[in-house]
Ligand binder design. Structure first.
Ligand code: NAD
Ligand code: UGA
Length: 458
């Protein structure tokens, strides 16, 4: 049976892969093709070991691959055949020139736009899936119409709100799907076409539409609000440590106000991930560009508190361990930026490892899924670092454990056994507040949570 439509996605990463797998799974009537410039990534998508770890993803890919889901490096061919093109390439923070360290680097995005313009052979809907600065759709439209031909392109904004580790759940049952379009007859037609794709499994009440600039901006704002909650609670964790208040109790009391709610109020060693920092900096850059200095400063504070929290964690370790870490062996429990993913982009563990190495500590890094990425992240760092997946083996003979990632396995370890094998005084710094601190103290550990009084035997 011929397919009803050809959907192409350019960029087969953490967003493109799971998102297209879900569309293919829910819409067998569409042919979905993912293309990428990175041939080894495509080879992995076509193999038994997918390039990313995401609970539930393997099953969906197995059900759809070579049925109506295809992975390929043939970008031009894909563009020629496509009715709808999602663009899901990376948009990292610019590292050079104007806006370095703040603005989004749009080079991958622009290359894609030009490629579509050169190779498209029929009318096409272009969907911005990547997170982009407001008004990017205008640039996209200008590039696409730069060579007068008869092809009509409609650009839509359809930002992705999935979180890693829960991507499949989020995609299957999203809080909302947002689609922004031009409010012209052809823009509205394109928008309806995309609504109909999602309506195959998402209730129409949850599919919301808006003008295209609101949609682009909403994505940056959603991430800024989420990150702002974490920085808010983390800033208060510092005050708790000075006043003997307990951050878990404060957070619970605050969260029971239904206007505030209980999500994203877990104090931590700091937020990581490829997007929060980059998207807030992007927002800050936009505000400055439009002369809104006070607004820019307000949001920049969210990132500054996050940097402060990571540095504070290292300084707390240093102070607790008698102001020297030189030659001490420290085991990091977890390296991923959050549980249930192997992704380490912007993981607080990277910053903390670098700082601990600066203090001349020896590091043992443990993580169930992220050790390969950890090795790459710390490559070239001049220090004594080993990588051991098994947490018992990793912590053997160490002076301290620092919990970096809230993996469930770390809650369930036999800490008596671990304590026996460690160098005494045996410290635990719980950067996620996931362990039973009273029990650890009773076992003999000196325990340093976030935002709670430490428990020490000296
Ligand atoms: P990623 O780096 O995992 O994937 C991007 C892919 O695009 C890479 O495989 C890269 O090789 C490919 N690519 C780059 N230029 C290309 C080109 N010209 N042609 C073909 N392929 C090209 O990034 P990601 O995490 O999937 O993020 C993609 C976008 O989605 C970003 O804008 C990000 O902000 C946004 N986003 C990410 C998440 C997330 O959880 N990771 C969630 C929501 C939104
Ligand atoms: C985040 C958003 O949650 C997604 O909606 C968004 O689509 C995505 O960014 C994106 O644009 O990339 P993600 O970064 O995958 O998703 O993961 P989160 O669950 O948001 O966690 C981000 C960081 O905050 C992690 O390091 C996590 O450990 C930390 N965090 C989270 C806390 O420290 N405390 C909390 O209470 C919650």
């Amino acid at each position: 049976m011929p397919f009803k439509k050809n959907i192409l996605c350019i960029g087969a990463g953490y967003v493109g892969g799971p998102t297209m797998a879900m569309i293919a799974y829910k819409c067998p009537q569409y042919k979905v093709t993912l293309v990428d410039i990175n041939p080894s990534r495509i080879a992995q998508w076509n193999s038994d070991v997918l390039p990313i770890y995401e609970p539930g993803l393997d099953e969906i890919v197995k059900k759809t691959r070579d049925r109506n889901l295809f992975f390929s490096t043939e970008i031009e061919k894909g563009i020629k055949e496509a009715d709808i093109i999602f663009v899901s390439v990376n948009t990292p923070t610019k590292t050079f020139g104007a806006g370095a360290g703040m603005a989004a680097d749009l080079q991958y995005w622009e290359k894609t736009a030009r490629q579509i313009q050169r190779h498209a052979e029929s009318n096409c809907i272009i969907v911005e899936k990547s997170t982009l600065p407001v008004k990017t759709a205008l640039a996209m439209e200008r590039i696409l119409t730069s060579n007068a031909n008869d092809i009509c392109f409609d650009v839509l904004s359809n930002p992705e709100f999935l979180a890693e580790g829960t991507a499949i759940k989020n995609l299957e049952n999203p809080d909302r799907v947002l689609i922004g379009s031009r409010e012209t007859p052809s823009g509205l037609r394109a928008r309806n076409e995309l609504v109909e794709i999602y309506a195959n499994w998402v209730s129409k009440k949850r599919i919301i539409t808006s003008n295209i600039w609101s949609s682009e901006l909403s994505k940056l704002v959603a991430n800024a609000f989420l990150a702002q909650r974490i920085s808010s609670i983390n800033s208060i964790s510092a005050l708790c440590e000075k006043t003997e208040a307990n951050i878990t109790e404060v957070s619970r009391a605050v969260a029971m106000d239904s206007r505030i709610g209980d999500k994203f109020l877990n104090a931590s060693v700091g937020f990581g991930g490829s997007c929060f920092k980059k998207d807030i900096l992007n927002l800050v850059y936009l505000c400055r560009y439009y002369g809104l200095e006070e607004v820019a400063n307000y949001w920049e504070g969210v990132v500054k508190i996050n940097d402060y929290q990571k540095e504070r964690f290292v300084l707390n370790m240093l102070t607790a361990m008698f102001n020297t870490l030189a030659g001490k062996k420290i085991c990091l429990f977890g390296f991923a930026f959050k549980a249930d993913t192997g992704d380490t982009r912007e993981s607080p563990a990277i910053f903390i490892s670098r700082r601990l190495i600066e203090e001349r500590a020896e590091l043992v890094i443990s993580d169930p899924k992220a050790l390969d990425n950890a090795r790459e992240d710390l490559e070239g760092l001049n220090g004594n670092i080993s990588y051991i997946e098994d947490p018992y083996e990793a912590s053997y003979g160490c002076d301290a454990i620092a919990v970096m990632t809230e993996w469930e396995i770390y809650r369930q370890l036999d800490y008596r056994k671990i304590f026996k094998s460690m160098t005494k005084l045996a410290f635990i710094f719980d950067g996620r507040n996931i362990l039973d601190h009273n029990e650890l103290f009773e076992i003999g550990f000196n325990v340093f949570p976030i935002g709670k009084p430490p428990q020490t035997h000296f």
